[in-house]
Design a protein around this ligand. Structure first.
Ligand code: NAI
Length: 434
């Protein structure tokens, strides 16, 4: 079968960029991105992209009037389609058994119900691109039994902030499921990904690999954050520790930056999914091991909040605090599970007056400043939550001169030079640094 038409359910952080890059690399195929959310589709079609990602517009511009379509029309998506990617959201369940830990596949389910009703006229390869609980493929097969459908797992490993680069040059592409269909899917990737980077596995391994990858990355963050806590007690510097251990090629130097904790839509929910799976399999010791990675992350956020409140002598009421960054990391507009959400809530409880700024991110129902202009005037503290480059370029001497005294700076990303900030006059607090 020669693949001609590919569709993707879900026009979000994964569906939009993934299909734009695929369309640019596979000019002979047509790519249709379908979403039930009309507003979301309108934004893609009017260049008011719902997500911020470097170089994304270049890839959309290249393809949008050629072989890339964003639509709410299910017929346009499914008619004569060869491959459908499911890239809809799979948040943690918020209800019932497994609430707050198991992934909610009800959005996947609604896609299946739509596909089930549609009169397919040819074989369809249905691809799990969303991160799903293990054995979701069995559920899909059960729902779509007797239809000419082959289910594959092809998890997405892109990271927000570097999505386009990650899609152009993936470390690997994992495809799990029947070999014949896997090879058909691989024929798309082979148009730009070297063959030796495409790994064929059984379908359960492919599903599990995504959950495990995110859990390992979360574990790295919690590991270095746990060391930052020790450093704070003994006067060592966690940045130096990262450099010392990261130069060991067995450990590697990535993901060794201490921070106010990991956020984002994926790490927490995928880690909790792994924990839930271990518990369901009665593997309590394994579950406990991974649960600690999650708990340490919560602790790190709480520790940072406590640091702010206690350093300011528990007296934040009516003090102006400048919050720099609300996104969970730089170079994205995504605020899901950002540490900012918890920090803002706790500082509001302390009755502080918040001035919040982020170059891209917006939090619902919270007033934000449009720029840094005048933001430091009369403020008692600066709290850095996101590592936007813009924040390292601020003239902190000028900021200090405008601020109330004493002037605090709580750097949740170790973004600034502590020595420099202290020399300006700030009471500067980083994480795990002297
Ligand atoms: P998102 O929330 O940005 O987008 C999901 C989209 O699916 C929404 O626009 C929603 O309207 C749409 N949708 C929901 N039900 C639908 C239906 N029945 N038919 C058509 N569209 C429907 O989600 P995001 O971040 O793109 O994540 C999607 C999946 O990819 C999740 O499973 C996530 O865990 C996974 N993933 C996310 C990454 C990320 O960095 N955001 C990276 C790798 C994987």
């Amino acid at each position: 079968m020669q693949i001609q038409k590919v569709s993707c359910f879900g026009a979000g952080y994964v569906g939009g960029p993934t299909m734009a890059v695929m369309a640019s690399k596979c000019p002979k195929q047509t790519f249709v991105v379908y979403d039930i959310n009309e507003q979301q589709i309108n934004k893609w079609n009017t260049k008011q992209y719902p997500i911020y990602e470097e170089n994304l517009n270049e890839y959309i511009n290249k393809t949008i009037e050629k072989n890339l379509i964003f639509t709410n029309d299910i017929d346009l998506a499914l008619k004569d389609c060869d491959i459908v990617f499911l890239a809809v959201n799979t948040p943690s369940k918020s209800y019932g058994l497994g609430a707050e830990s198991q992934l909610d596949i009800s959005y996947i389910d609604s896609c299946l119900q739509t596909i089930k009703k549609y009169p397919l006229t040819r074989k369809l390869i249905l691809v799990e691109k969303s991160t799903v609980p293990i054995k979701t493929c069995d559920y899909i097969n059960a729902v779509l039994k007797n239809q000419n459908i082959c289910v594959l797992s092809n998890p997405e490993f892109l990271a927000e902030g570097t999505a386009i680069q990650d899609l152009l040059y993936p470390d690997r592409v994992i495809i799990g499921g029947s070999l014949e269909s896997s090879q058909q899917l691989a024929s798309l990737y082979e148009q730009w990904v070297p063959k030796d980077k495409i790994i064929f596995t059984n379908i359960y391994s492919a599903e599990l690999s995504k959950i495990v990858a995110n859990s390992f990355l979360a574990q790295r963050v919690s590991s270095i954050n746990s060391i930052s806590i020790i450093c704070d007690k003994i006067g060592a510097d966690v940045n130096q520790i990262s450099q010392c251990i990261g130069s060991d090629s067995r450990i590697g130097n990535k993901f060794l930056k201490t921070s106010v904790g990991f956020g984002g839509s994926c790490f927490k929910k995928d880690l909790l999914c792994l924990i839930y799976m271990c518990e369901s399999l009665q593997l309590e010791e394994v579950a406990q091991y991974w649960r600690q990675v999650y708990l340490l992350n919560e602790y790190q956020k709480q520790r940072f909040i406590n640091l702010i409140i206690t350093s300011m002598f528990n007296c934040l009421r009516n003090k102006v605090i400048v919050i720099l960054g609300v996104t969970f990391k730089a170079k994205t507009n995504d605020t899901r599970e950002s540490a900012a959400l918890m920090i803002i809530k706790k500082l509001q409880e302390e009755q502080a007056i918040l001035r919040i700024y982020d170059p891209q991110g917006k939090i619902d129902n919270v007033e934000q400043c449009q720029s840094l202009d005048g933001i430091f005037q009369g403020a008692s503290a600066i709290v850095i939550i996101t590592e936007w480059e813009e924040f390292s370029k601020i003239d902190y001497v000028q900021a200090f001169n405008q601020m109330a005294k004493p002037s605090y700076c709580f750097d949740g990303r170790n973004l600034l030079s502590g020595d420099l900030m202290k020399s300006i006059g700030f009471l500067y607090y980083g994480l795990g640094r002297v």
